[in-house]
Every structure is written in structure tokens, then in C-alpha cells.
Ligand binder design. Structure first.
Ligand SMILES: Cc1cc2nc3c(=O)[nH]c(=O)nc-3n(C[C@H](O)[C@H](O)[C@H](O)COP(=O)(O)OP(=O)(O)OC[C@H]3O[C@@H](n4cnc5c(N)ncnc54)[C@H](O)[C@@H]3O)c2cc1C
Ligand code: FES
Length: 500
């Protein structure tokens, strides 16, 4: 588990050491789509730019994504219109369309291979029909040439479908490599294996503490999916969600429907194909859940595999992996100047698993903000009443543990003793949880070694849960994740777990 298909033949990324004088106009933290595109736009405007990546280029969601780039995003437009307003849905669409256009132009310019594809939102059951129709009506009202169908030919049930032609799909590692090359060509640097552990704004500079020593910049962009080091409103409003992807070698005798599909119902099923040479694979994804769920995570991959075997008999699974993206409580991505950063520290993220168009859109907004220009396009401002409505409806349909987690996301409280799973549940999945005094402690057995760590999250004290599928300790509050031995993987935390 957890080797994305894309890694099989990933191109090498032309990365470089940190700038020798350790002073730049702009430091970008995180080398996913947001960071690399923001860095490229700033470097093309003449700023000296350094991108600092804790792991490797694309190590977050960007290198593990399904990579469907579309403005028909499930039932998002109608949901935004119903939750907030038609005007906000129009702003959101316009910004995403600008992001998609930028992406298409960049890929064309740089020779990144893309395939034109039709995006399809389908009702897998009768209960999804109304949502599909609502999406079609909203999309049409906003000027998109969507087509509504009672059904479509597919080897799985389709009770209704709305489709939008002219969208695109790609291999994300090809896009990431082209972005790194373009940043270099524009005079910037991209450095891997440098973790930023502190960000402090003075009157005229931002001082970054990193695992390779200090670096100062006039401005900084935190393109870290959720803002690292932040313990305030932005982090609290971003709900971390992991989801799963499997790649299959399909039986050539079984027809695969063309297009990029996603179901209107939850849990979602998402499909696309990827053709490399004369080999076509089927990608099936979904089963999203809040990061740090105490339920065994491996069963999500089993569910996706069973669904695929049922509808595509003879398919052979070749890869299974998972990754996380952040879902804002108000449903609208964040692009903002963080108020603790003295006007010099910016953040963009929270794309709810639609970052292929939204990340370029956010980067275009960051480019304006960095130059002191008002952004030409924005995702729109969520209404307070809409945000409250989403929060309440999520609470009404969520299990109790989800409600507790959501409340904690919003209040930042967590780490109570009663939250950890009981020992037997954890042991079933390759780890054990117990108490030393009042402190929760986890013991995992990995590669013949016993690793014992504190289960108190160093970000804000959440209690970590064992993720058996990925052999990691995951925090349900804001999504920090750690290896079995306690080494920080991702999330807003900047420290490893304490060893016991
Ligand atoms: C399973 C899955 C499927 C998806 N499918 C689609 C899809 O089909 N279409 C679509 O539009 N979107 C999809 N998305 C969403 C999309 O992939 C993301 O929205 C997008 O990749 C986010 O990009 P990002 O650059 O903001 O974040 P990331 O790619 O997560 O990048 C953040 C980077 O910051 C680095 N970082 C973190 N902390 C530090 C630190 N302290 N110091 C230095 N670096 C740090 C991380 O290592 C990481 O590389 C999917 C997401 C998931 C999880
Ligand atoms: S408490 Fe915030 S990520 Fe764990």
C-alpha cells in the first residue's frame, strides 16, 4: 500500500541546493502544485524565489492525485449555490475556469502530455438523481454547456448523469517535473528534504527556521496544504480528509467507459483511465474519511477493489495508495494573508480534492497579493449563515466521533484520554495503545522493530490514532501524520513525536 501508480516511471525533478546567501524575495514552503505554480508566477515577475520542500516534490496530494482537471466537480456548483449563493458559485466557477485555462496553456507551452476528457457526475442510485439534475441546472445557469442524461452505457448502475466535455486529465508527475524546470528557468530554486520548522515575521523580513539552517525572505507563501505552525482560525477551519486510489489492469474483453467519472453520492466512487504506450489502466478512487479515523483503514482499499471486481470482472489490482486534502468548513478554498505574519506570510489551500484547477487559480491570486495588487478573480467569500448550515448538516449526518472531531477542529481542543481506541482494536491493526500515567502511548511493530511513541500530537495536543493501512499515527484534529517511529510526515505540526 501507498505507492502511487505515478511513481513507477516518475521523471527526475531537477532540484537544487538552497541559495547560498540564504536571502530571497520570496520563500515558498511546499513543492506541490500550489507552491510550484506560485513560485513560477513570482519568479516570472522578477522576484528571487526559493521553494523549500520537506520531503520530495509532489510528496503530498499533488503526486498522489487522480489528476482530473475539471470545473464540473461532482455536485459542487449546486452545493455552493444552495449553501451560500448563486453569486458565490459563479465566482468559484470563474476562478476555477481561469485555473484550468492556465494549466492547459502551461501544459501546451511546456509539452506536458494531457488528454481531453469529458467529466461526468453520475447518480449511482435513485437517491443521487436530484443532485445530478441540480448540478446540471446550476451549471447551465452559470453558462457551462453541460448535458443531462437519464442514463449512460457503463458496466455499473447509472441512474442519471451530467457531463461536461473539453476537460482534461494528465500524469501529475509530468506536470510537477515541468513546473520544477520552469521555476529553474525563471531563476528560482526548488530544494527537497528541507523542513521548515518556524516562521517569524519581523518588520521588514520573514525569518524561516529550517532543518538546513535559517533563511530570510521579504515574503513567504505557506503552500503546505494546511498552514504549518498556525494554531489559529485558518487551521481550525480546514478538515483533513484521506481518500484512497487503486490502479487496475483491466481485462481487455471488458469495455471501460470513456471520461472522468465521479458519483454524486457519498461515499464517492471516482474513475478515470491512464494510458501509457499501449497499456491502459483503470483508476478507481474514493472512500474518503476524516484523517485519524479509528476504524481500520485497510478495509477502504478492499471496498474499492470489491466494487471494481464486481463491475470490471477480471481486473487485476496493481497499485493502492492514499493521500489527503483539506476541506474548508465554509467549502471555499482559502487564499489569504495570515494575520500573524505581519502582512508578509500568505497561505493557499483547502481545495476539497479539486486542486488541479483550484491550485493554479489560487496561485494566480497569490501572484496578485504578493505584488500588492487586488486579485483579479477570487473563489468568493462564504456567507456566515452558509458556513453554519454546512457545519450543522455535517453534524446531523455524521457519526458521533466525527461530530466530536469537527467540534475540536473548530475549537482546537483535543487530546482527551477517552478518545483513543481500546487496546484490542489497535492491536488488531498492528499496533497497541496504552497509558503511562495520563499520557497515551502507542507501540507499533514495524519491520521487526518495536517503536514506542507518545500519542500526544505536538501541534495542539490531539490524540493520535493508528492507521494500519499506512502504518502511521494520524491526528484527527488537523491532519498531522507521523511514521510508526514518530517521524513527522505531514500536517501543520513541525516536530516529531516524543519517543518513549
Ligand atoms: C486521493 C486524492 C485524489 C485527488 N484527485 C483529484 C482530482 O482528480 N482532481 C483534482 O482537481 N484534485 C484532486 N485531488 C486534490 C489535489 O490533488 C490537491 O488539491 C492538490 O494536489 C493540492 O496541492 P497543494 O500543493 O496545495 O498541496 P500538496 O500537494 O499536499 O503539497 C504540500 C507540500 O508541502 C510540503 N510540506 C508540508 N509541510 C512542510 C514543511 N514544514 N516544510 C516544507 N514543506 C512542507 C509537503 O511535503 C507537500 O509536498 C485529489 C486529492 C487526493 C488526496
Ligand atoms: S493537534 Fe493539530 S494536527 Fe494534531
Amino acid at each position: 500500500m501507498n505507492s502511487p501508480l505515478w511513481r513507477d516511471d516518475a521523471p527526475t525533478y531537477p532540484t537544487s541546493p538552497l541559495p547560498t546567501d540564504r536571502r530571497v524575495d520570496l520563500a515558498v514552503v511546499g513543492a506541490g502544485f500550489t507552491g510550484l505554480i506560485a513560485a513560477l508566477l513570482a519568479a516570472r515577475e522578477g522576484l528571487s524565489v526559493a521553494v523549500l520542500e520537506a520531503r520530495t516534490v509532489g510528496a503530498g496530494a499533488s503526486g498522489a492525485t487522480t489528476a482530473k482537471a475539471t470545473v464540473l466537480q461532482g455536485t459542487r456548483l449546486s452545493t455552493l449555490a444552495q449553501t451560500h449563493s448563486r453569486e458565490l458559485a459563479a465566482d468559484y466557477l470563474q476562478a476555477n475556469q481561469a485555473g484550468l485555462n492556465w494549466l492547459r496553456d502551461f501544459c501546451r507551452e511546456q509539452g506536458v502530455s494531457t488528454q481531453a476528457a469529458t467529466a461526468v457526475t453520475f447518480a449511482a442510485t435513485d437517491s443521487g438523481i436530484e443532485n445530478v439534475e441540480a448540478e446540471h441546472q446550476t451549471a447551465q445557469a452559470l453558462g457551462l454547456p453541460t448535458v443531462l442524461h437519464d442514463s449512460l452505457p457503463a458496466p455499473f448502475p447509472v441512474h442519471a448523469a451530467v457531463e461536461l466535455p473539453g476537460q482534461l486529465q494528465l500524469n501529475p508527475t509530468h506536470l510537477l517535473a515541468a513546473l520544477v524546470r520552469a521555476v529553474n528557468l525563471a531563476g528560482g530554486t526548488v530544494t527537497e528534504h528541507v523542513r521548515v520548522t518556524g516562521v517569524r515575521a519581523d518588520t521588514d523580513r520573514v525569518r524561516l527556521t529550517t532543518s538546513l539552517g535559517p533563511l530570510t525572505a521579504r515574503q513567504a507563501v505557506l503552500a503546505t496544504a494546511t498552514p504549518i505552525t498556525d494554531k489559529r482560525a485558518t487551521t481550525m477551519e480546514l478538515v483533513p480528509q484521506r481518500s484512497y486510489l487503486c490502479a487496475f489492469d483491466p481485462d481487455p474483453a471488458v469495455e471501460i467507459p470513456e471520461g472522468m467519472w465521479i458519483s454524486a453520492e457519498s461515499p464517492t466512487i471516482s474513475l478515470r483511465t491512464y494510458t501509457d504506450g499501449d497499456r491502459t489502466r483503470l483508476l478507481v478512487g474514493g472512500q474518503g474519511h476524516r484523517t485519524g479515523d479509528f476504524r481500520p483503514t485497510a478495509e477502504h482499499v478492499d471496498t474499492l477493489t470489491e466494487w471494481t471486481m464486481r463491475h470490471f470482472p477480471g481486473a487485476r489490482r496493481t497499485h493502492a495508495w492514499s493521500a489527503q486534502d483539506y476541506h474548508p468548513v465554509g467549502m471555499v478554498p482559502h487564499v489569504e494573508t495570515l494575520h500573524w505574519g505581519g502582512g508578509r506570510v500568505l497561505f493557499a489551500g483547502g481545495y476539497s480534492k479539486w486542486g488541479l484547477a483550484a491550485a493554479p487559480a489560487a496561485a494566480l491570486q497569490l501572484a496578485d497579493l504578493l505584488q500588492g495588487r487586488p486579485p483579479q478573480l477570487t473563489f468568493g467569500s462564504p456567507s456566515v449563515s452558509g458556513t453554519l448550515k454546512t457545519t450543522l448538516s455535517r453534524q446531523a449526518s455524521a457519526p458521533v466521533s466525527e461530530i466530536r472531531n469537527l467540534a475540536r477542529t473548530l475549537t482546537g481542543s483535543g487530546g482527551h484520554r477517552g478518545d483513543a481506541p481500546d487496546d484490542s482494536t489497535a492491536e488488531d491493526n498492528g499496533a497497541a495503545v496504552f497509558r503511562e500515567g495520563i499520557h497515551p502511548v502507542g507501540e507499533a511493530f514495524v519491520d521487526g522493530r518495536t517503536c514506542r511513541v507518545s500519542l500526544v500530537c505536538p501541534h495542539m495536543g490531539g490524540t493520535l490514532a493508528w492507521n494500519g493501512a499506512e502504518e502511521s499515527w494520524d491526528c484527527p484534529l488537523h491532519g498531522s501524520r507521523f511514521t510508526a517511529g514518530g517521524r513527522l510526515l505531514e500536517g501543520p505540526a513541525v516536530k516529531d513525536l516524543k519517543r518513549h
